[in-house]
Design a protein around this ligand. Structure first.
Ligand code: OGA
Ligand code: NI
Length: 331
């Protein structure tokens, strides 16, 4: 609990947060990338094609006019910031080292195991079905449960709609991601990430280079800090007011038989300002079988259960192995 970054207010970077020189972000300022597609959901012209192009090229795109009300976005951003501003004793109730908890506040995923620590705290909880999980969410701030509840429902609807468009664009049978029996989109969780100001952002990261292991991620960010890796270069994602940053996860890369890219990304810290983001993850249930869609040609990956994938993802992450490598088929 005393390791939580949001209660420490550090004036220097402790040794255990300093990255090895080859993974430090350094001092070079990375300009905003102006080629990451900004897609307008209200403009149907070539929308499906553009989503596929963006997901193939970058694995990331931004979404505007998505239909989620601005007021709701502002309310949840505020409530997220208020949560991290609460006194330590309010946060202590939710702090846990147990990753199986439905609602959990932590700093690193596994603080004891990791070689270097990261400059952030995360409140992570399941969201679907809402009534099963809401009771475990924070009681403070008072608006948290209702605000995040409405937000998770809206963001889930939007994610499923995007997956329908992706389904169409890939030429899969309609409803591929909604089929109740294969539970591809059964799970949803939110991560509310908080990155406090850091005395030396050149030495640290808020989140290390990683790919998301789920299907589709929607991020709400008000401030810069997110960077995407493309062709060996880090690109900074510009915060656009009320937009979502959407990215393809590993499970979707597999289902698309490698057509869509699950791009690696990271978060840099800021010297002066705290940054709070809200990430929604749509994911398969543990027992779900993940495999390339049959219509997409000879499979490049073998089939596996999502449960096995999560386990191997964790091992591979600690050993710094690319997590999809072991699932590739020799052609
Ligand atoms: C994540 C993530 C980015 C951010 O939670 O997986 O990549 O900007 N978050 O908080
Ligand atoms: Ni991520």
């Amino acid at each position: 609990m005393e390791k939580l970054m949001s209660i420490r207010d550090l004036k220097f970077v402790p040794e255990s947060y300093i990255l090895p020189p080859d993974s430090r972000p350094g001092d070079t300022k990375i300009p905003f990338c102006n080629t990451i597609h900004v897609l307008d959901l209200k403009d149907p012209t070539n929308l499906v094609q553009q989503i596929i192009e963006a997901s193939t090229e970058f694995g990331f795109f931004q979404l505007i006019n998505h239909g989620v009300e601005e007021k709701l976005l502002q309310d949840v951003s505020n409530v997220a910031k208020e949560f991290f501003g609460l006194p330590a004793e309010d946060k202590a109730i939710l702090f846990s080292d147990d990753p199986s908890k439905s609602c959990r506040l932590y700093t690193s995923i596994d603080y004891m195991k990791e070689e270097v620590h990261y400059w952030r705290d995360t409140l992570r909880h399941s969201c679907h079905p809402l009534e099963e999980h809401k009771q475990f969410w924070p009681e403070k701030p008072a608006q948290y449960r209702d605000g995040m509840g409405s937000y998770s429902v809206e963001v889930r609807k939007l994610s499923l709609y995007l997956l329908d468009l992706i389904c169409e664009g890939l030429g899969l049978e309609p409803g591929y991601f909604r089929n109740e029996t294969d539970q591809l989109t059964e799970v949803q969780f939110l991560a509310v990430n908080h990155y406090p100001p850091c005395p030396d952002p050149s030495l640290t990261l808020g989140l290390p280079k990683h790919g998301d292991f789920n299907l589709l991620t929607l991020l709400l960010q008000e401030m810069d800090g997110l960077q995407v890796l493309k062709d060996g270069q880090w690109l900074a994602v510009e915060p656009l007011p009320n937009a979502f940053v959407v990215n393809v996860g590993h499970a979707l890369q597999i289902i698309s038989n490698g057509k869509l890219r699950s791009a690696e990304h990271r978060v840099v810290t800021n010297r002066k300002l705290a940054r709070t983001t809200i990430t929604s993850f749509i994911a398969p249930s543990y027992s779900c079988q993940i495999e390339p869609a049959r219509v997409l040609g000879p499979p490049l990956y073998r089939a596996f259960t999502y449960r096995d994938f999560i386990a191997s993802y964790i091992t591979d992450t600690y050993q710094r192995n690319p997590p999809l490598e072991r699932y590739k088929l020799q052609l």
